[in-house]
Design a protein around this ligand. Structure first.
Ligand code: G4P
Length: 291
């Protein structure tokens, strides 16, 4: 899929995107928000709840193949506690997508019944995909949409210009996903989007990036990370991320004159190894970060 998109949104873009979604909302029964399971906070849109109001929403925690399993489970429980349906998926391989149609049907059971009660024999309900750039919207659509687009004749409420994909005998999907903006005013969001490759690499404070990563390791560590630096879980708990950076620098003999630790070199090493996938599946954000 070509180059990563730079996320640059201007007020005009946002208004246009919002209007497009609002127009789509009138035609659909459920909104499906795709987010990145590694960064559920940074990859979700801050204004979505406002935009969709009372429309039911299903969250897809995508790229769960790259996320920490325990952390993904924590997110699922968090959403469930807050009355939001969420399912972990991997739109690259298709794993987890078998739950998608049954979950939507379950969420819309009352609507199906209401339509049947009105005398509609085979009701068709509709959905719309939304999400920030690079989160996996096209991958999802390619996986879930049946080959042929649905015919649109004789459909009440369907305006010209809207195309629908058939995804099952009773579900259709608006063919163009709503592209949303991320939260901008938070430095961490920018860091995490760059970290996971959602936006192009910018000039970032490498030490800050590494400390942020280490903080995530302190919450949900991987065995790969521990064994790579010959650390135990106890070694990494209860210390500041900067101290942990120093511990790692010392272990790798990264010293500068005077015996000080070269934390910048250590930070670069950590990020290089992270990007090379040496630390296993990592999640950078946890429900407790929301407090
Ligand atoms: P978008 O429409 O929301 O902008 O996202 P898109 O589907 O284009 O996906 C962006 C990148 O994320 C693509 O990678 C895609 O393959 C990858 N991706 C999507 N879903 C998953 C997933 O569940 N797991 C993993 N591991 N990757 C996923 P790319 O490098 O840009 O393209 P490609 O080399 O994979 O073709």
């Amino acid at each position: 899929m070509g180059e990563k998109q730079t996320i640059q949104w201007f007020p005009g873009h946002m208004t246009k995107a919002k209007r497009k979604i609002q127009a789509g909302l009138k035609l659909i029964d459920v909104v499906v928000e795709i987010i990145d399971a590694r960064i559920p906070i940074s990859s979700s849109n801050p204004d979505l709840a406002d935009i969709i109001q009372s429309k039911p929403k299903l969250v897809l925690l995508n790229k769960c193949d790259k996320a920490n399993k325990n952390a993904t489970q924590k997110w699922i429980s968090y959403y469930s506690k807050n009355g939001i349906r969420a399912i972990p998926v991997d739109c690259k391989s298709g794993r987890g997508l078998n739950k998608f149609i049954p979950t939507v049907r379950e969420m819309l059971a009352d609507k199906f019944e209401a339509q049947k009660a009105k005398g509609i024999k085979n009701p068709i309900l509709r959905l719309m995909i939304v999400g920030i750039p690079n989160v996996g919207k096209s991958s999802f659509i390619n996986r879930i949409a049946k080959q042929n687009r649905a015919k649109v004749e004789d459909r009440p409420g369907v305006t010209r210009g809207n195309q629908w994909y058939t995804i099952s005998n009773d579900l259709e999907m608006l063919d163009t996903p709503g592209v949303l903006w991320p939260k901008f005013d938070d430095e961490k969001v920018g860091l995490h989007l760059a970290f996971t490759g959602a936006v192009k690499d910018q000039i970032l404070d490498i030490e800050l990036l590494a400390m942020d990563f280490l903080e995530a390791m302190q919450k949900e560590v991987t065995t790969e990370f521990l064994s790579r630096f010959k650390l135990s879980e106890d070694d990494i708990k209860g210390i500041q991320p900067y101290e942990l950076l120093e511990v790692i620098g010392r272990k790798r003999g990264m010293l500068i004159s005077g015996g000080e630790i070269d934390t910048e070199r250590a930070a670069n090493l950590i990020l290089d190894e992270y990007r090379a996938g040496k630390f296993g599946n990592i999640t950078l954000e946890f429900p407790e970060d929301l407090d």
